[in-house]
Design a protein around this ligand. Structure first.
Ligand code: PRP
Ligand code: URA
Length: 210
């Protein structure tokens, strides 16, 4: 495993991923599971976020404590499916700003097509965490990171629920400077570039569009 790639090995995550994969899991349960796993991933992805020292008055005395600086984090869901992860991050860190990148995979070529980008102001000074449940070929994540770098972002992480080895290799190859977090690494892509065993189409399962 490359040094910038963290696959979280945890029974709670594994349990929830099993439920997420199950084709009988309905839209409501699927949405809740995506949020819950994203919260667990957030705990790991925030491990090395810089902190500042603040003074706090407890009922007993004054003390110093570390806090994450105001305005220092932006989460960037890749539409559509990344949207399902935002509440999971906000559960632990409600003040994270949210930017949106709209991208879909062309059905023929599987290449990402960008259709929307709106980022919080001052993106160049924030830690940007790209959210997308699926890292398949890696094309969408690579294009999102390309775009963030063009806009001036310097500190970028990517958070995925399920990653294919092909996607991890491609993303790490294109952007060796970014940290990748995923709940599980799957076996391979199929001939349509879907992840095996995977969970199917994340956007369709989140939003009930199929
Ligand atoms: C899915 C998924 C990722 C992308 C992953 O989105 O949410 O964005 O595919 O594939 P890649 O690693 O090969 O680029 P999709 O393109 O289906 O769009 P949607 O979220 O609007 O359904
Ligand atoms: N996008 C998905 O939603 N699922 C896959 O398996 C691959 C890309």
């Amino acid at each position: 495993m490359q040094k910038n790639v963290t696959v979280i090995n945890h029974p709670l995550i594994s349990h929830k991923v099993a439920l997420l994969r199950d084709k009988n899991t309905n839209t409501k349960q699927f949405r809740e599971l995506v949020e819950e796993i994203s919260t667990l991933l957030t705990y790991e992805a925030f491990k090395d976020i810089p902190t500042i020292t603040v003074e706090v008055e407890t009922p007993l005395e004054r003390t110093q404590q570390q806090m994450i600086a105001e305005n220092s984090v932006a989460v960037i869901p890749i539409l559509r499916a990344g949207l399902g992860m935002v509440n999971g991050v906000h559960t632990l860190f409600p003040t994270a700003k949210v930017g949106h990148i709209g991208m879909y995979r062309d059905e023929e070529t599987c290449r990402p097509q960008e259709y929307y980008c709106k980022l919080p102001q001052g993106i160049e000074n924030k830690i940007c965490i790209v959210l997308d449940p699926m890292l398949a070929t890696g094309g969408s994540a690579i294009a999102a990171v390309d775009l963030l770098k063009q806009k001036g972002a310097k500190n970028i992480k990517c958070m995925h629920l399920i990653a294919a080895p092909e996607g991890i290799k491609a993303l790490h190859g294109a952007h060796p400077d970014i940290q990748i977090y995923c709940a599980v690494q799957d076996r391979q892509l199929n001939e349509h570039n879907y992840i095996l065993p995977g969970l199917g189409d994340a956007g369709d399962r989140l939003f009930g569009t199929k």
